[in-house]
Write a protein that binds this ligand. Sequence first.
Ligand SMILES: [Mn+2]
Length: 366
Amino acid sequence: MKIIHCADLHLDSRMTSNLNPDKAKERKAEILNTFVNMVDYASAHEVDAIIIAGDMFDTSNISALTRNTVERTIRSNKDIEFYYLMGNHDRDNFLAGLESIPDNLFLFTDSFITYYPKGNQNITITGIELNAENNNGVANSLLLSPSRFNIVTMHGQESVSVGKDKTQIVNIKELRNKNIDYLALGHIHYYKEEKLDEGGVYCYSGCLEGRGFDEPGDHGFVLLTIDEEKKTQSREFVKFAARDMVILNCDITDCMTTMDVIDRIDDSIAEASVRSRDLLKIVLKGQTDVEAERDANYIAKHYEDKFYFVKVCDESSLKINIDDYLMDMSLKGEYVRRIMAATDISEEDKKAIVQIGLRAMSGEEI
Ligand SMILES: [Mn+2]
């Protein structure tokens, strides 16, 4: 049996934090489309069930397009069973808008429910929607037979201890040795798999698309193939996002001109194989000479049309060797010595002031 585990789709996310309104709208549509594409993939690969481990929708305010598209996708794929666990972002507004619950849509509540996917008595899918009340000691009520292949789904932050705020904590310790073969989790927005106990693993599938630069890296879903006779599994992370959110750290130490910096960035881009369809954040690092020429506007302009979205963040610092100026009898030397000797300016500010002053003395535009 083949099962897809996905989570944290956050359909209808606004996407406006980096993008202009047109592109935000386009990305919003892409995220919905990636869900539809995933179901097409499932159909083409004869996947039996899709587990959505929470946060299918971003807010309780679901657009008509998203509601209709998700409903139609589920209803028109009758051979696929959808197991939809609700997360902290998507209460039951989607369900409230449906005239009837599709036959192939399976839901969970605040106590454990077990299903046999496609009626297969050798495999179980068990889930619970965590909240502040049921969270504590939740594993006590989980009883699974070692003779079956057991999948459990939950949405929450993994922890090995019980915190003060008991809302949506998945207590990994309590879930060990409970005959779980695969724990399908949602809440963490990147793919992560860890050993649960001798027989099982726990896994966050991450979201289908990165929505911001706080969600970089590969995004997609987990394809689980289960041999129900042997009770064995194989797992594959399927990278599926339409676009990647790429953060590129670029060391510009010793670059003396804007073109030097661009050369370094080009090298980093080639090395990371960034595609023109991706969203790119270039972070400049390292130390540059105070007298180096670097024009952030020009760099941004240079890359503007080369990627779907690009932004440049300059986190480099200045290399000022005060000794270089100690014996310098010129105006520059006097200027640097005075600034560096000041006691009421922070070290970082001193460097910035020195840089601006030196550039002004070189006749550059500030
Ligand atoms: Mn989420």
